[in-house]
Design a protein around this ligand. Structure first.
Ligand SMILES: NC(=O)c1ccc[n+]([C@@H]2O[C@H](COP(=O)([O-])OP(=O)(O)OC[C@H]3O[C@@H](n4cnc5c(N)ncnc54)[C@H](OP(=O)(O)O)[C@@H]3O)[C@@H](O)[C@H]2O)c1
Length: 283
């Protein structure tokens, strides 16, 4: 049986939908049972309530689990708690979402965090598979209110290219690997869309789809950090986001792979498809 954590989130809810549709024995871990994804409710899928900060609830959720699809907000202590519970309860394999540039000496804190979790996972002796996605196209949905109100969005990634990927494709890769985990033991997959995209491309594609110009308003990472703090983000999160946007401007996310097609048998969704599928959010 597969345990999917983060089952109410962007990737987890789609992974749960796919695993339910394919009739794989699956249990969805949620921390609030009133937020069970529609695809899981009524599918016969098991639902379990659990919290990454409460190991007792994780141990209960792990019973009879072979493979864990570990999706979380990527707080290292929480992911380590899930891995330790899996090891205690006899699970065999963890599929973890990580970062392509995770390393112990990364200048980016969240990448050092992923590296710490990876090292811990490898030390347990559990089977593992790492999925390293590029930026999610779903991040563009944060621009929707601004595009509706001002026909533009603000960003600090300059002309940096990114192999942005639809989170639905991340979920499809994750579900396919979780269903055949032993075939993917010890492997790392890079999960990207089909093309390198800049925020200028995003503005143009949105404009074409909406039938009016959409302006990409460029600001510096430091201006962006201050704007995010004014908008209510914690200072550490704003600083980390701005740091990553600055790196993207320098080409840090300009990488592609063919792993989505080789794992799922289908081409990854393009920016144009993502916009068409979410047009009402921007209109
Ligand atoms: N965004 C990107 O561009 C990007 C790119 C590459 C990799 N990633 C990685 O993708 C992962 C995030 O995936 P996502 O977008 O699907 O995340 P998400 O939508 O933010 O979902 C996070 C999930 O974790 C659950 N959760 C949070 N705290 C919990 C707790 N204490 N106990 C149990 N569950 C808890 C949430 O439940 P609630 O619904 O109850 O809050 C939710 O289901 C991260 O590892 C991130 O590093 C993101």
């Amino acid at each position: 049986m597969i345990l999917v954590t983060g089952a109410t989130g962007t990737v987890g809810s789609e992974a749960v939908r796919l695993l339910a549709a394919q009739h794989h024995p699956t249990r969805a871990l949620v921390r609030d049972p009133s937020r069970v994804p529609h695809s899981a409710a009524g599918s016969g899928m098991e639902i379990v309530t659990g919290d990454f900060d409460r190991p007792d609830t994780l141990d209960a959720a792990m019973r009879d689990i072979d493979t864990v699809l570990l999706i979380s907000p990527a707080v290292p202590a929480q992911e380590i708690a899930v891995i330790d519970s899996a090891a205690r309860q006899g699970a065999k394999h963890i599929v973890k979402i990580t970062n392509h540039k995770a390393s112990a000496d990364s200048p980016v804190g969240r990448r050092r965090g992923h590296a710490r979790v990876e090292a811990h996972l490898k030390s347990t002796g559990l089977g593992y598979t790492l999925l390293a996605p590029n930026l999610y196209l779903q991040n563009l949905l944060t621009f929707a209110p601004s595009i509706k109100q001002t026909r533009g969005f603000t960003m600090s990634a300059g002309d940096g290219q990114a192999g942005m990927v639809d989170a639905r494709d991340v979920a499809a890769v994750a579900a396919a690997i979780a269903a055949t985990a032993t075939d993917h033991a010890g492997r790392t997959y890079l999960v990207t869309g089909p093309e390198l995209i800049t925020y200028t491309d995003v503005a143009k594609e949105l404009g074409d789809a909406l039938g009016h110009a959409v302006e990409y308003r460029r600001i510096s990472p430091d201006e962006h950090r201050q704007a995010m703090i004014r908008a209510g983000l914690p200072e550490t999160v704003a600083a980390s986001n701005a740091q990553v946007f600055g790196l993207i401007a320098e080409g840090d996310a300009a990488w592609l792979s063919s792993d989505v097609a080789s794992i799922t048998g289908a081409s990854p969704r393009s920016l144009r498809t993502f916009i068409a599928d979410h047009l009402t959010a921007f209109a």
